[in-house]
Design a protein around this ligand. Sequence first.
Ligand code: TTP
Ligand code: MG
Length: 366
Amino acid sequence: MGFSVYSAAMQRKIIHIDADCFYAAIEMRDRPELRDIPMAVGGSAERRGVLTTCNYDARAYGIRSAMPTARAMRLCPHLVVVPPQMFKYREASKVMRRVFAEFTDIIEPLSLDEAYLDVTEISHPQLTATQIAKTIRERVFTELSITVSAGVSVNKFIAKVASDWKKPDGLTVVPPHEVDRFVAALPVKRIPGVGAVTAEKLHRYGLRTCADIQGWNLHDLRRRFGKFGVVLHERARGRDERPVQPSRVRKSVSVERTFAEDVIGPQEWSPIIEQLYVSLMERIESAKAWDLIDKAFVKLKFNDFTTTTVERVGTKAVESDYQTLLLEGWERQKRPVRLIGLGVRLIERDERASASLPFMESVDGG
Ligand code: TTP
Ligand code: MG
């Protein structure tokens, strides 16, 4: 699971999620007196600090991430600056990722508050990529009381630009048939990777929108912009073949099966479990993960599309443990089942190394 090969004709469905003024949002959540006033998170002006971020009230004054606090205070003398509390942001980030993981395994985190999700395989007419993005936004708000913006489109590039389109608290969908129009009008500085310097250079050549870039051939773009010219050539046409790459450390091995017809309940699923169990064993074998198994887990999706997972310390990849876990999961809803998944959680390789050989940690390097 987690790795997919697409045929050229297959249209991907990518979601990009990015929390709104992330650190500031967490601080405003926890300290209501910081809401509705310009505020920022960062070091103090006296200590020549810089801002990590600021809320949208502060942005109205031209205040930005990475700005020296002293300069921000000149732009807005009543700006309130609070120190960062990283442990809180890490915690919130984990919760966000847990929400994403309820929908797909193909998650590529870019930073604490940002990730790409590939939902090509899990979306279907009753659960479109747009609906998944909506639900994720709602779920994050329920769990964390912060808003995230989302972009939905056919590749990473458009999804990322789209998530920024109606920030904060925005959802922008660029369906396949609108990609060309969306891209043509796009100012070059919106292309990720185009900073102030490149934008300036593009402008000097009269290139202001992606439509302008489309008028240049690959050769000329390469000559003027080097390797990045190739990227410009692609992006200007709305193309981006980069796959969503789940984090390199494999954290689980699993198999799952969606049924053509819902399975009524445990009395029906024995033969299915047997088959799934065999393919799980094969997966573990080919991943050479036998000695990394931490515990067993199961996943059930019910006919109302809710999903539940069950795992317990001490469970192993033996069939009887899966029977027990499945029964426990089913008891939660007692509804017909659309999908069953079996898996094992793995300990991370470097965790194992440091557990058995603590002195190897620095040599191992991950
Ligand atoms: P961003 O997503 O770039 O910014 P943001 O979430 O604050 O605001 P936006 O609504 O525009 O998405 O970065 C996420 C967090 O990373 C941000 O809250 C603080 C931190 N950060 C820094 O510490 N330094 C920086 O220069 C930037 C850009 C972000
Ligand atoms: Mg953000």
